[in-house]
Design a protein around this ligand. Structure first.
Ligand code: MLT
Length: 402
C-alpha cells in the first residue's frame, strides 16, 4: 500500500481509543485468570433496561412498518418533526429557553456529532479543550491535523488546555491563547462536576467578544439535581450567538445501544446552521423511525416519570459510591450531579498503575484519569451506571482488599 495516500495525522494519536485500551487490558487479564469475576465500572455504559413507555412506542412503530398505510421509508435527515418538537417541549421550554424546531438536528449519537461537526471549520482553527475531558474532542481534532504534536507532558503543542481541577473547583479559566473553538462539557465527563452559571457566562461573553464558537456537550444534563444549575448553555444570555449544543438519549434514556441524540445549531449562527444541514443531508439518512418514536415517548408524562426513576436509580448508586469511598477515607469528587465519581489517588500513584492494582486485587474495573488528559493523572473514574448490587460488591472488595 502507498503510505503517501493515508491521513498522516492518525500517526499522532495515542495507540488506541481510551475505552478500547481498557477493553484490551480486561481481555488480557481474563486470558490469565480463567475464573475472574470482574465488576465493570469503567466505560459509562447503562445497565438498566429501556423504560416500558419507550418499548411500547417501539412495538407500535414496528407494527406501523408492517402496514402499507403507515410504513415509512427515508425519514427527514434532520429528524421527524414529532421528535424535534417533543425535545423542545420536554427539554428547553421548561427551562425558559425558546427554540425553533428547525434548530434541532436529530442524529444517531453525540459522539459522532461532536466529531463530525469539525467538518464545518477551517483546518487551521485553534481549539481549546478542558483537561480532563471526554477524549473524542481531542482525538478527532488530532485526526483532522489541528493539534500539532504530543509533547512530553502529554499535551499537544497547538491545543489550548483548560485545566478543570480540584484546585480551581473544576471551573476552568478562559483560554490563555487566542482560540476559535472552545469545547465545554457539563456535567463534565470524567469529573462529574458542573460548570456554574458564572463560568458559562464568562465563556459566552469571551466567545461573543472574540468571535469564538463554543461546542457545548450536555450529554449528562439530566443528572443535574440542583435545578438552579444551568442544564443548557442557552440558559446563558448571548449563547445563541456563539454556541452549538450536543445532547443525547444514551444516558438520559438508556439508548447507548439504541442510538439517538440531537445537536442544536441555532438560527443565530447563520451560515454554520445551513452548513450543518447540508452536511447531514449529504452524509446522513436520519435516525430510524422506530427509534425516534421511542425517544419521543420519554417526554410523555408516563415516559418522563419512568425516565426520572431510572436516573434516580443511577444517582442512588453514585451516592453510594461517594459515601462508601469517603467513609473509607478516600477523597472523591463528582457523583452529585452526574453518574461519575472522580477518585483522587493517594501517594502519587499513577492512574494506569492503579487500574492494574484494582483489577488485580479486587477484580474491579474503572477508568484511569490520565486517559482523559494530563490533568487527570492521579485520578480514577468510577461509573455509577453499573448494576447497583454489583457496585455494592465492588465497594466491599475495595474496602476489604485494597
Ligand atoms: C464514557 O464512558 O466516557 C462514555 O460512555 C463514552 C461515551 O459516551 O462515548
Amino acid at each position: 500500500m502507498n503510505e503517501k495516500i493515508v491521513n498522516p495525522y492518525y500517526d499522532r494519536l495515542p495507540g488506541s481509543y481510551l475505552f478500547s485500551t481498557i477493553a484490551k487490558k480486561i481481555k488480557e487479564y481474563q486470558g490469565t485468570h480463567a475464573n475472574a469475576d470482574i465488576i465493570r465500572l469503567g466505560i459509562g455504559d447503562v445497565t438498566t433496561p429501556i423504560i416500558p413507555a419507550a418499548i411500547e412506542a417501539m412495538h407500535k412503530a414496528v407494527d406501523e412498518m408492517a402496514c402499507k398505510n403507515t410504513f415509512r421509508g427515508y425519514g427527514p435527515e434532520q429528524g421527524y418533526d414529532f421528535l424535534r418538537e417533543a425535545i423542545i417541549r420536554g427539554e428547553y421550554t421548561p427551562r425558559g429557553v425558546e427554540m425553533d424546531p428547525d434548530d434541532v438536528f436529530v442524529s444517531d449519537g453525540s459522539k459522532c456529532d461532536v466529531a463530525n461537526i469539525q467538518e464545518l471549520f477551517a483546518a487551521d482553527v485553534k481549539i481549546a479543550i478542558p483537561d480532563p475531558v471526554y477524549p473524542v474532542y481531542l482525538d478527532s481534532n488530532v485526526m483532522a491535523g489541528r493539534t500539532g504534536f504530543m509533547q512530553e507532558d502529554g499535551h499537544f503543542s497547538e491545543v489550548t488546555y483548560l485545566a478543570s481541577t480540584a484546585e480551581n473547583n473544576f471551573q476552568p479559566e478562559l483560554p490563555k491563547n487566542p482560540v476559535q473553538l472552545i469545547y465545554l462539557c457539563s456535567p463534565n465527563n470524567p469529573t462529574g462536576t458542573v460548570l456554574s452559571r458564572e463560568t458559562l457566562q464568562k465563556f459566552v461573553d469571551y466567545a461573543n467578544e472574540t468571535g469564538a464558537l463554543i461546542l457545548f456537550d450536555g450529554a449528562y444534563n439530566c443528572y443535574i439535581q440542583d435545578e438552579s444549575l444551568p442544564h443548557s448553555i442557552y440558559e446563558i444570555p448571548g449563547a445563541r450567538n456563539c454556541a452549538i449544543e450536543f445532547r443525547s438519549f444514551s444516558k438520559t434514556a438508556g439508548f447507548t445501544g439504541v442510538r439517538c441524540a440531537y445537536t442544536i445549531v441555532p438560527h443565530e449562527l447563520g451560515k454554520l446552521r445551513s452548513m450543518w444541514n447540508r452536511r447531514q443531508c449529504t452524509k446522513f439518512n436520519g435516525v430510524n423511525y422506530v427509534v425516534q418514536r421511542a425517544a419521543e415517548s420519554i417526554y410523555t408524562p408516563v415516559g418522563w416519570e419512568q425516565t426520572k426513576a431510572v436516573i434516580k436509580g443511577y444517582m442512588d448508586t453514585a451516592a453510594m459510591i461517594r459515601s462508601e469511598l469517603t467513609a473509607a477515607g478516600y477523597t472523591v469528587f463528582g457523583g452529585e450531579h452526574a453518574p461519575y465519581i472522580w477518585w483522587k489517588l493517594e501517594n502519587g500513584e499513577k492512574s494506569f498503575d492503579f487500574f492494574d492494582r484494582l483489577l488485580g486485587t479486587c477484580e474491579v474495573v474503572g477508568t484511569p484519569g490520565s486517559g482523559f488528559g494530563p490533568c487527570g493523572e492521579g485520578y480514577f473514574r468510577l461509573t455509577a451506571f453499573g448494576d447497583h448490587e454489583q457496585t455494592k460488591v465492588a465497594l466491599k472488595r475495595i474496602k476489604e482488599k485494597l
